[in-house]
Ligand binder design. Structure first.
Ligand code: M6R
Length: 592
């Protein structure tokens, strides 16, 4: 992200290397000034308190440099703790909230350093425990103390933390992708637990310091591929993986002539048929998938559904009745706002069904039931294949529910499933046949100041998603609008330079969308159209047309989004931007 650092403990001394910038900068620093040691902590920072700089980069140390800490999260009472520590004579060097943790551990260890006891590991653990008791906010931390050689203490509250034991090494990390290459024998920590990690073992403790049994689980998830497989970026690789991911979802979920299979779904049919209201809550791209879910649930299940932005849902006073099901959607399963929404629902005895990609993530442990998305590890910050997996699962789950509620016949379900099973091949065709044209389009509009995305119905979320993809990777402003709403204000933005991306498959609202597109054209907007193969309506009016193979109206979002993902990628790549790690963004947003 914006800065990085590492500390090791060797021969009783902690040494750190830190820098602003990405990990390559740290690697170069380590080439020049290597570190040795058998225990270490490292961190990539996404700045919250204090600008990205070597001084603000983690690890942070105490007054004497005897303790080092890395931290993911936000300490909300850091200012008052900082003032108290300063009054007691501590010298704080950075502007971060994290640094205070090192000084709090230093205070807790003070009697010990004067009077060392033999069980230094446990002493260290209790010092960390005393320090974290004073913190408000969220944290996953890993700490070193030069008085406890070969030991790392980790603790969490509200931010993800996983510990694992490998053959000759043990580890703690805040992301499954980081620890899986070391070991698959893992255990995610629960809130307020602490872990004592040495080379050969991990010991778990509750917040009162009592040792807990350690039940390592084998996490059989794919190890994220470090290689881009010949593609220039992970984002493009992941876009191209989408047909294969859909095939895997079909293999796991669709066994014709049977209805979709959800083996892991622990909510019994009797519970699923009783819900009278659905609330989908999620963030970013996952929220866009949730909006598509709203269309599907209302259309096929006749259940009133809201699709809520998690950061709003969590702080409102939503009406949550006993016959409501909250559906939380997340690629990472660690998005702080979505997790808070889950806790809000469960605290009011409303069950939560999680749609999640990452096994073992906090969402999978805190939801009442989970559906795994089978997208595989997603590396690019811009979510692509996880979105496709979310849309696919929302569609299949709708069929499952429609069958339970006797709203679709077996024949109707089979027809819809048969069409669903044609999508991998159709999506592959979009990639094979459209990529070069999209590339030309990207080149033509490289210097546009902003883009507009218009659609109606179930593709309105596609317009939002296309705009989000472009914004986040190319830094060009973009807005997605329902085509019918456009004339109520945003149409004033259109001039002869404005690229307007119209998502207009031949569906039940096509004629209405076309009428709205004419309004844009009359004001000089430059049209880019995504429409159904064989439709000639755009031949003379759009500068670029990206046809998608015909499919069922409610499956079109899985195809229409593909040219938009490519467009965002190509514009950003042509601008020479870091497509996989756009500025200011993090892959999983674990702060609120
Ligand atoms: O891991 P999640 O699905 O919960 O993440 C939610 C958003 O942070 C995420 O979709 C974000 O908007 C992506 N960068 C979009 O590409």
């Amino acid at each position: 992200y914006d800065s990085a650092g590492v500390a090791t403990l060797h021969n009783g001394t902690i040494a750190t290397r830190k820098c602003a910038g990405k990990i390559v900068t740290l690697e170069a620093l380590l080439e020049r000034e290597p570190l040795v040691g058998k225990v270490g902590i490292a961190h990539t920072r996404w700045a919250t308190h204090g600008a990205p700089s070597p001084l603000n980069a983690h690890p942070h140390t105490d007054c004497q440099g005897n303790i080092a800490v890395v931290h993911n999260g936000v300490i909300e009472n850091h200012q008052s703790l900082r003032e108290t520590l300063q009054r007691r004579g501590h010298i704080l060097r950075s502007e971060t909230d994290t640094e205070i943790i090192a000084h709090l551990i230093e205070e807790a260890l003070e009697p010990e350093t004067r009077n060392p006891k033999p069980e230094t590991e446990i002493t260290f653990l209790h010092a960390v425990r005393q320090a974290v008791c004073q913190l408000e906010g969220s944290y996953a931390i890993a700490c070193l103390w030069d008085g406890a050689p070969g030991v790392l203490v980790a603790a969490r509250h509200g931010s993800p933390l996983i510990v694992g034991v490998g053959e000759k090494e043990a580890c703690a990390g805040s992301d499954l992708n980081a620890v899986l290459p070391i070991t698959k024998q893992l255990v995610p920590l629960n809130d307020d637990e602490l872990a004592l990690v040495t080379q050969t073992q991990v010991r778990l403790f509750d917040p009162d310091g009592n040792e807990l049994p350690l039940h390592l689980q084998r996490m059989d998830w794919e190890i994220a591929d470090e290689d881009k497989g010949g593609f220039p970026t992970f984002m493009l690789k992941e876009i191209y993986e989408q047909p294969d991911r859909l095939r895997r979802i079909i293999a796991a979920r669709c066994k014709p002539p049977n209805p979709p299979v959800f083996d892991e779904l622990s909510m019994p049919p009797s519970q699923l048929i009783a819900f009278r209201r659905l609330i989908v809550q999620a963030a970013g791209t996952s929220w866009h998938a949730g909006l598509c879910g709203k269309y599907l649930f209302e259309r096929y299940l006749h259940i009133p559904t809201d699709a809520e932005i998690a950061s709003e849902f969590r702080y409102r006073e939503p009406v949550l009745e006993q016959d409501t099901l909250v559906i939380a959607i997340s690629q990472s399963g660690e998005t702080a706002d979505t997790l808070a929404g889950i806790r809000q629902a469960r605290s009011r005895f409303v069950p939560v069904l999680g749609f999640c990609n990452v096994p073992g993530s906090t969402m999978t442990r805190e939801s009442d039931a989970v559906l795994y998305l089978h997208a595989g590890p997603e590396i690019g910050v811009a979510s692509t294949k996880a979105y496709i997996a979310q849309l696919a699962h929302l569609f299949l789950f709708t069929l499952h529910m429609a069958r339970l509620r006797w709203l679709l016949s077996d024949g109707d379900i089979q027809n819809l499933l048969n069409e669903f099973c044609t999508l991998p091949e159709k999506m592959q065709r979009v990639l094979d046949e459209q990529d070069v044209a999209v590339w030309r389009c990207a080149r033509a509009f490289l210097n546009a100041r902003y883009f507009l995305y218009l659609a109606r119905g179930i593709n309105f979320p596609t317009a939002l998603e296309g705009a989000l993809k472009l914004k986040e990777v190319s830094y060009i402003h973009a807005s997605g609008y329902p085509a019918g709403e456009f004339k109520h204000g945003p149409i004033a933005l259109v001039d002869k330079e404005t690229p307007v991306v119209c998502i207009a498959p031949k569906d039940s609202v096509y004629e209405k969308t076309l009428a709205n597109i004419e309004e844009v054209r009359a004001r000089g907007g430059r049209l880019i159209a995504v429409t159904t193969e064989g439709n000639r309506d755009f031949d003379n009016i759009a500068e670029f047309v990206f046809p998608i193979p015909p499919t069922h109206e409610h499956l079109t979002p899985l195809l229409t989004v593909v040219p938009l993902q490519l467009l965002a990628h190509h514009v950003a790549a042509m601008k020479g931007l870091d497509v996989d790690k756009p500025r200011n963004l993090a892959k999983s947003v674990t702060v609120e």
